[in-house]
Write a protein that binds this ligand. Sequence first.
Ligand SMILES: O=C1O[C@H]([C@@H](O)CO)C(O)=C1O
Length: 554
Amino acid sequence: VPSAAKAAGKVNKHVWDVRYNYVSPDCYKKLAITINGLVPGPTIHAVEGETVVVQVTNSLVTENVAIHWHGIRQIGTPWSDGTESVTQCAIQPGDTFVYQFVVDKAGTYMYHAHYGMQLGDGIYGMIRVKAAHKEPFSYSSEHEILLSDWYHKNAYEHAIDLSSEPFVWVGEPNSVLIQGRAFACNEPGTEAGQCKEPNRKCSPFSLNVRPGRTIRLRIGSLTALSTLSFEIEDHEMTVVEADGNYVEPFKVKHLYLYSGETYSVLIKTSPKKDRSRNYWMVAKVVSRESSTPSGLAILNYNFNPPLALPPTDPPVGPHWNDTSDRIDQSVAVKAHHAYLNPPPKKSDRTIILLNTQNKIDGKVRWSLNNVSLNLPHTPYLIALKENLSYVLDHKMPPDSYDVENYDIHSVPKNTEAHPSTGGLYRLKFNSIVDVILQNANTMTPNVSETHPWHLHGHDFWVLGYGRGKFNMATDTASYNLGNPIMKNSVPLHPYGWTALRFRADNPGVWAFHCHIEFHFFLGMAVVFEEGIDQVGELPDSIMGCGETKPFVKP
Ligand SMILES: O=C1O[C@H]([C@@H](O)CO)C(O)=C1O
């Protein structure tokens, strides 16, 4: 166990070059955006209390970039959150930007691009923050497994499709990647179970383990669209951490991951198992009826050849449409009894956000309470700190929708939805805020999608999940105020609601949005401001775009 005192103030420095590179994780050559040539990018290994410094040079020639540190709360450094248009101007080609922040809490975190839909082009990786205290479980080794989905089309083509008239939906991803790799058989068209030899040019990820050990897997999902079910053939997983918070351990056969979530699981490489063979790891798309083949990787027992294929067919995984099973797992994630940090019993304000797909000016958009966010050219953090009128003059979005009359089970009539560069909720500093995410029918009859919601700058308590329309009078009584897990990312299930509570105690401006890249692009986001007067002097390096040009000091 490293010492917290030693870690405090220690600088953990990284030099990154963001550049294009051809990669072919699934045997298809794609122009990807990489960090130092890699997809996924390098893992940041840190100890809680350390100061992480990442010097990012944008070598993309004609494209901007910004990098978000997903799950890191950025206490005292809101300008390092890396959210273009919210906390900074994008990093221009040829420029270098230095992110600096403290990793104050042990856990499994991630980073990814937060500019346009670049995430989908491969700019992501993991942050492993080691504990400086004893953890409530032990293991002999640990490994990162980052899950993603993969499109052969790039972010530019997706942007054109999604903003064209008629609307062109991006469709399902071509592949699911496990730690940046897919599975391809040497004999094309052969099913994984029948495959004799993997194609070595684009071979699957293989994780080497020794028998008879307890192994910690830090699993994260940064899909652009998909919800995944992760499973290891014949190996049960014990969930022990979620988004950097200790979980009261529970066992799963398959683990659902919504984009933006991380989990640590423990697996036992039981010596009773046949160690003369390898086992499949599978990441299957669920919650959408997808044509995407499952991502496959290999759990490689010492000393078998790393790419020796398991003699069995990969597990088929849960049915894509088993919403109950997914809700059950969401509800099962509770705070570890020795690490309880229960929420205040009451909140000061409740914001109910109705999630709808709408057609605005002939185009498909996503809205919250009928407001669909268009990101402004001037980042909110700078606009609010420097009192730039365009944000302050904007009409604030509503705290609720027409709860009485809105039918969440029907296609929206959406007479009022409008695009806005507002979307800004100003929260009283240190107040307790409840957010109720309310799902509804999309523009397709009898369809309600899954939305993975992510809050920047905070962990929130997950108070509950329910089906149908949230009822303020009765559903609040069902809240878990005893041992709710704290998270930064959480699913909103089809036709359901999810209730969150957080303390608005981190001075800054924070995005709260659906983590599906395409939905964020289509407006599915709001912005929270709290304690802007307590934010320190903004660094010049975040300025230079929109109305912030005058604030760049000579
Ligand atoms: O935004 C979306 O558009 C499609 C579909 O609703 C229209 O093609 C889809 O599945 C989304 O999530």
